[in-house]
Design a protein around this ligand. Structure first.
Ligand SMILES: Nc1ncnc2c1ncn2[C@@H]1O[C@H](COP(=O)(O)OP(=O)(O)OP(=O)(O)O)[C@@H](O)[C@H]1O
Ligand SMILES: [Mg+2]
Length: 1024
């Protein structure tokens, strides 16, 4: 912020109208200097652009810069030539009228460059089509051609335009550049034959000699050596470091074809350029009579060839003058000096006319054939006021031209200022300014003006000289306040004037002219037979430039100054109908050095360009004026009522705004569409306040904008997310639908399969059946019975697999059995075999049998260690097979006694501790009785031969089935066991019987019944 507030001090103001001390030349210069040192070469005076030549390339002419300035309000950006060009273009488009940009300034101030920049800007910014591009290329490329033929190196400028140029660019209603037209003024022809030291002839000569290819040079009879040609060596500086003749030559050659020059045109054109060089090398020598004679037959040969004129005709034309006497024509020979003069005159005429032909030719190529209405922007690149130490005829013409243009400027500016005030309803305050009409009249007035006097002297018979002209001027206009000569001057002034000088007080200052050469230059005589010779030329351009009608006119041709005056009148007419814009170019130093600002030189130009005058006119009333809309738009942040938006009209808004800012009534005026501010300081105060406020606003706007951006981004992301979500959902839904469709098909097939499951396998149920099969087999695999005992838990098969299932079941059972069997040990096998035997003996016979099945048999129930050693020793030799604890019931009284029953290989023993109570050999064992109930009684029936012998044994054994099975295995019989019902008789001793009754009861009891029987009650296993 600090920077922007102090920037004005550093870089100055960008519009001189805002200069407080607007009448001070020093303040003006200070501002220019400040800006120049900051590389700010452009400054406005209102809409006039002051341009300082930077003498270095600045990075301000890029395409980006052009884009920046395109369509932007004139005062919104720093001053620039593009801003002016754009403003002109947009005004033309909106108002549909014609404009011109007058570019003036001293030689080397940058007029031609400015003109090119404007042209480039239009080339880039205007609409383009293929046809328009063609026109654009021609407009752009006409420049190098004209510069080659019309520019030269001078002491002031290495590329000095030696002619004035006015170029019209025609635009159609859409703004497309559709054509152009060029007018040229006062080409400095004298340069063709003479150059001051340090200067060159026109560029084209050097370009041709340096750049032309060998064949061309050979054809033209030229050497690749500028030093060889008289017309190129007088300035003694054929080579210039800043000019590349060779590459320029290539550009020109290319440009010529773009601007429609045929090969034959080009051939003839360079034929002429070469002819001029050959002409310059012609040498005359005095013959015996003192007349001029030609010696360079070589040069004559090339001249004759290139111009297409017989050599002798040429020779005659160059050494003789044709005088028409009353009835006859007489050829009078030239002296050597005369011949040289005539030769140079011919060279100048040939080149000058060819230049005009060239301009016309370019105009043909630029001509727009479409007759619809066009608007025009004219570019006038014309010499500015020239003041040298010695000023001659050319400076007189140039300065006269500038006087005329100044007059036009005053008229147009004052007119437009006044018109603006009127239009805005603001009271017009007359502007004091210097009206240069008095000087224009001094120069151009009929019969009394300098031009008239000059022409008169040129045309009158008798010995007229430059000095007779001076005398005449002294005589006729001697009293004029703007004219003074040595003779007329007062003592003091006379010192600064030579005898042949006259001084004019131009609007921009005094200029002293030397009258020497005025008559000669004004006459610009080309002897008549010179023209006649040229008329015989076979070179088409020369033929065209010297039409046969010309010499017949007996009338003297118009003098140079009269021609110039008429062309100026024409120009002023052209400009008078158009809206003016101005670019004033200033050169900062004579040394062409960047960064050097020569105060004296610049002050001089400021004066001669009439810039102070211009500023005065622009500042006459109000320093600043702007459309209400623009003013309000810029400064509305300064007032809370107008920020951010003003609802009413712009004028009301401005009124509210300036009231808030505290403008005093004499500081401003409200026009119809614009506000007028009298003093720059008022505006600066407002601008400074704006700069302070701007930063705060910028932060706010930035924050808002960031918020807006983020919101926008978020919105976008959200939309994108929704889109993606939708797409994803769609995709998923489609997949789901496909899945469902697939599932429906499967289910349908499944149902169909289910419905036809009992039919033979076919298309409808094949899949289903295979599924059923697969499913059953899978389930079966997981649900196979764990053991053989669970074999009936076999999964119920679907009907189609009944057979398979059965088969599988058998297979499985067999497999299980096999597995089971393979897992059985020898011991277990023996045990099981015993169990099988038990089953044979008791299954279905004794009630308690089923309960015994699950109790595994042991080898023995009493271990060897638990038996009485003594008893064991007695029976050991018989090999004890099995022993089991039993309860023995006495045969008499049936008292129960615990005993051990032991089976050996040979006999069964009943042991009571160490005693063998009874030994029963197996041979005497008749049988064993057991009841069919669930008691554990067994009666061993023995054969009793002897009364002393003990009878049958009534025993109760918890391991009844095991013991009896072991016994049957030992005796290897199984039919000796009888399962009896109700009661069993037994032998107490031979001949004496006892009875045991077996009953079922609520509880298991054993007792001696009253009938003397042993009653054994057992609970039924079924009820258990
Ligand atoms: N804007 C610019 N930027 C850089 N260099 C420039 C600029 N303007 C002019 N120059 C330099 O100054 C030189 C002279 O400029 P230019 O030929 O435009 O002068 P002029 O006013 O046309 O002179 P004359 O009246 O002799 O034709 C150019 O060749 C160029 O080197
Ligand atoms: Mg120029």
């Amino acid at each position: 912020m600090e920077a922007s507030l102090t920037a004005r001090d550093r870089v100055g103001i960008q519009d001189f109208v805002l200069l407080d001390a607007y009448t001070s030349e020093t303040a003006f210069l200070d501002n220019l200097r400040k800006r120049f040192h900051e590389n700010l070469i452009y400054t406005y005076i209102g809409t006039l652009l002051v341009s300082l030549n930077p003498y270095k390339e600045l990075d301000i002419y890029s395409k980006k810069q052009m884009d920046t300035y395109m369509g932007v309000n004139f005062f919104e950006l720093p001053p620039h030539i593009y801003a002016l060009a754009d403003n002109v273009f947009r005004t033309m488009m909106s108002e549909f009228n014609n404009h011109f940009i007058l570019i003036s300034g001293e030689s080397g101030a940058g007029k031609t460059e400015a003109c090119k920049k404007i042209l480039h800007f239009y080339a880039v910014s205007c609409p383009s089509t293929k046809i328009l591009n063609n026109v654009r290329d021609r407009l752009l490329l006409s420049n190098p051609v004209l510069e080659a033929f019309g520019n030269a190196k001078t002491l002031k400028n290495d590329n000095s335009s030696r002619f004035g140029k006015y170029m019209d660019i025609q635009f159609d209603h859409q703004g497309g550049a559709v054509g152009g037209h060029i007018l040229s003024y006062l080409l400095e022809k004298s340069r063709v034959v003479h150059q001051n030291h340090g200067e060159r002839n026109f560029h084209i000569f050097y370009q041709l000699v340096d750049g032309g290819d060998e064949d061309l040079l050979r054809w033209l009879g030229l050497r690749r050596d500028c030093q060889h040609y008289n017309y190129l060596v007088q300035g003694d500086c054929a080579k210039v470091s800043s000019v590349n003749d060779r590459s320029d030559w290539r550009t020109v050659r290319k440009a010529l074809s773009v601007v429609d020059f045929s090969e034959s045109d080009v051939e003839h054109l360079f034929g002429i350029v070469a002819s001029v060089l050959h002409l310059g090398n012609l040498k005359f020598e005095a013959d015996t009579r003192g007349y001029a004679a030609l010696h360079n037959s070589q040069e004559m040969h090339w001249l004759s060839k290139l111009l297409g004129i017989p050599a002798q005709v040429l020779q005659q034309g160059l050494t003789h003058r044709k005088i028409e006497a009353k009835t006859e024509e007489v050829f009078s020979p030239f002296s050597v000096d005369h011949a040289v003069y005539a030769r140079d005159a011919l060279a100048k005429a040939v080149y000058g006319r060819t230049f005009n032909w060239l301009v016309n030719k370019i105009n043909e190529s630029l001509a727009n054939v479409d007759s619809s209405r066009k608007t025009v922007i004219g570019l006038l690149d014309i010499y500015g006021f020239e003041v040298f130490t010695v000023n001659s005829f050319e400076q007189f013409c140039i300065n006269y031209c500038n006087e005329k243009l100044q007059q036009l400027f005053i008229q147009l500016t004052l007119k437009s200022e006044q018109a603006e005030y009127e239009m805005e309803g603001v009271e017009w305050e007359p502007v004091p300014y210097f009206n240069n009409k008095i000087i224009c009249d001094l120069v151009e007035e009929k019969h009394r003006g300098i031009i008239s006097l000059l022409d008169e002297e040129c045309l009158r018979p008798g010995e007229a000289t430059d000095f007779t002209l001076l005398e005449k001027m002294e005589e006729i206009i001697g009293g004029h306040p703007h004219f003074v000569t040595h003779k007329l001057a007062d003592q003091k002034t006379r010192k600064s004037l030579a005898r042949g000088d006259f001084r004019l007080l131009h609007y921009a200052g005094e200029v002293t002219y030397s009258v020497v050469g005025f008559l000669d230059k004004n006459n610009d005589l080309l002897y008549r037979n010179g023209k006649e010779v040229m008329q015989q030329s076979k070179n088409l351009i020369i033929k065209h430039c010297f039409p046969p009608s010309e010499p017949d006119q007996k009338k003297r041709p118009e003098t140079v100054v009269t021609q110039f005056k008429s062309s100026l009148v024409g120009l002023i007419e052209i400009l008078g109908t158009k809206e003016p814009w101005y670019v004033r170019c200033i050169k900062p130093n004579e040394a062409k050095e960047p960064g050097r600002f020569d105060d004296v030189l610049v002050r001089h130009q400021v004066k001669y360009l009439g810039l102070m005058e211009h500023l005065r006119v622009r500042r006459a009333g109000f320093a600043y004026r702007r459309k209400y809309e623009i003013f309000l738009q810029r400064y509305k942040p300064l007032c809370p009522d107008t920020w951010p938006n003003w609802k009413g009209t712009a004028a009301e808004g401005v009124q509210v705004l300036i009231k808030h800012l505290g403008y005093q009534p004499d500081e401003y005026k409200m026009g119809r569409t614009k506000i007028f501010i009298r003093h720059p300081r008022t505006l600066f105060a407002t601008e400074d306040a704006f700069q302070v406020c701007k930063h705060k606003l910028a932060t706010k706007i930035q924050a808002k904008y960031k918020g807006y951006r983020v919101k926008g981004d978020y919105q976008k992301q959200k939309e994108a997310a929704t889109k993606i979500e939708n797409c994803w959902r769609g995709l998923m839904a489609r997949k789901e639908r496909e899945k469902r469709e697939w599932a429906v098909a499967i289910i349908k097939r499944f149902i169909k399969g289910f419905m036809t499951r009992n039919e033979p396998s076919g298309a409808d149920n094949r899949e289903y059946l295979s599924y059923v099969r697969h499913s059953y087999l899978t389930r079966l695999r997981e649900n196979l019975p764990k053991t053989l005992l669970h074999k009936d838990l076999w999964l119920t098969p679907p009907p189609i697999l009944k057979e398979t299932s059965l088969f599988l079941k058998q297979l499985f059972i067999r497999h299980m059995v096999r597995k089971y069997v393979q897992g059985i040990t020898e011991e277990r096998k023996a045990l099981l075999l015993l169990k099988v035997q038990t089953s044979f003996m008791f299954k279905g016979k004794k009630e308690s049998y089923p309960l015994s099945v699950r109790t595994p048999f042991l080898d023995t129930r009493i271990g060897i260690g638990d038996m009485n050693m003594k008893a064991l020793r007695m029976i050991k030799h018989e090999n004890v097979k099995y022993s089991v604890p039993v309860v023995k019931y006495d045969r008499n009284g049936f008292r129960p006694r615990p005993r051990q029953l032991v089976f050996t290989r040979d006999a069964a023993y009943l042991l009571d501790e160490a005693k063998i109570k009874q030994r029963i050999r197996y041979g005497s064992l008749k049988g064993v009785s057991v009841s069919n109930l669930s008691d554990n009684f067994l009666i061993l029936h023995v054969t009793c031969d002897d009364v002393k012998q003990k009878g049958d044994l009534v025993l109760e054994c918890d391991f009844l089935f095991e013991a009896l099975t072991k016994l049957s295995a030992i005796v290897d019989k199984c039919d000796f066991i009888q399962v009896v019902q109700d009661s069993v008789r037994f032998d107490i001793q031979p001949g004496r019987e006892g009875v045991v009754d077996f009953r079922s009861g609520q509880e298991s009891v054993v007792y001696r019944a009253k009938n003397g029987h042993l009653t054994v009650k057992s609970t039924s296993t079924k009820s258990r």
